[in-house]
Design a protein around this ligand. Structure first.
Ligand code: SF4
Length: 267
């Protein structure tokens, strides 16, 4: 793992074109969680690193304080192309320093992570006006998790994290993403987490470039029975599988009075 601790940026805040957000904050470049399906792998081309995605991390530094006036009532996500509580955060504490600057802000802040390290900053979250902590969960099988998300917290730890956040009065979201065809069982994830979860988000597995090759190899090796379905979805662009799943998510959430956002609806 290559760690670069001298990366300089002008500002932690970045304006985003993502329609549901105003700003994003990515305290690191790179993500050691190394999820096989990681959509952020394209970020490698914006870095100087020759190492593969997941094998390097740049720790971002700036002297500029976050302009909290600029983000008043705006939606800010931390993070979109890294895990802000990845294992290196324990040492470098960049996310914590950013949270300290945001503590009195009136922005709507969503923190997205797969790590129980997020619990370290509960003291700050409790002081914040609009904060939600989003735990990503795609599957419940720990052995499969080790293959697909080798360096993130176990599923049990993530569920425990939700529970502790909830006990501390902090809004929790479970992001069922990516929904991996025939592997993600969204109903089982909801059943396991609903006691400690305020809201659910859903998004489908998108496959492009290098991670498409990796995921196809994974399916070939581990689930050859699904090969033709993956080919249908990702090569033939047949939307039937996700259209039907979309209907099933909407029906289930409505029937069970679950608050949710479906980010792939209509695609
Ligand atoms: S946690 Fe997110 S950014 Fe990090 S490797 Fe996994 S999918 Fe990519």
């Amino acid at each position: 793992m290559v760690v670069e601790d001298t990366a300089r940026v002008k500002d932690y805040l970045t304006k985003t074109k993502l329609t549901t957000l105003d700003y994003v904050i990515n305290p690191y470049v790179g993500c050691p969680n190394k999820c096989l399906y990681c959509y952020a792998a394209y970020m490698s081309s914006f870095s100087k690193h020759k190492e593969e995605w997941g094998e390097f991390i740049d720790v971002k530094h700036t002297r500029k304080r976050i302009n909290t006036f600029k983000i008043k009532n705006k939606k800010v996500m931390i993070s979109t192309v890294t895990d802000p509580y990845n294992p290196f955060e324990e040492k470098y504490r960049i996310t914590r320093m950013i949270m300290e600057q945001l503590v009195n802000s009136e922005a709507y802040i969503s923190v997205v992570t797969k790590s129980k390290l997020v619990l370290r900053d509960i003291d700050l979250f409790k002081k914040m006006k609009h904060i939600e902590i989003v735990l990503s969960i795609s599957l419940l099988d720990e052995n499969l998790k080790k293959k697909l998300e080798p360096n993130s917290s176990s599923i049990e730890d993530r569920v425990e994290t939700l529970k502790i956040l909830r006990q501390n009065g902090i809004k929790t979201v479970v992001f069922i993403s990516p929904i991996i065809p025939q592997i993600t069982d969204f109903k089982r994830i909801v059943e396991k987490t609903k006691e400690f979860t305020d809201e659910y988000w859903f998004d489908r597995l998108n496959l492009r470039s290098s991670f498409k090759t990796k995921m196809f190899k994974f399916i070939n090796d581990e689930y050859p029975i699904f090969k033709s379905l993956y080919n249908d979805i990702y090569e033939m662009k047949n939307s039937q599988y996700f259209d039907e799943l979309n209907d099933s998510i909407e029906k289930y959430c409505k029937e069970n009075q679950i608050v949710y956002k479906n980010f792939y609806a209509g695609t």
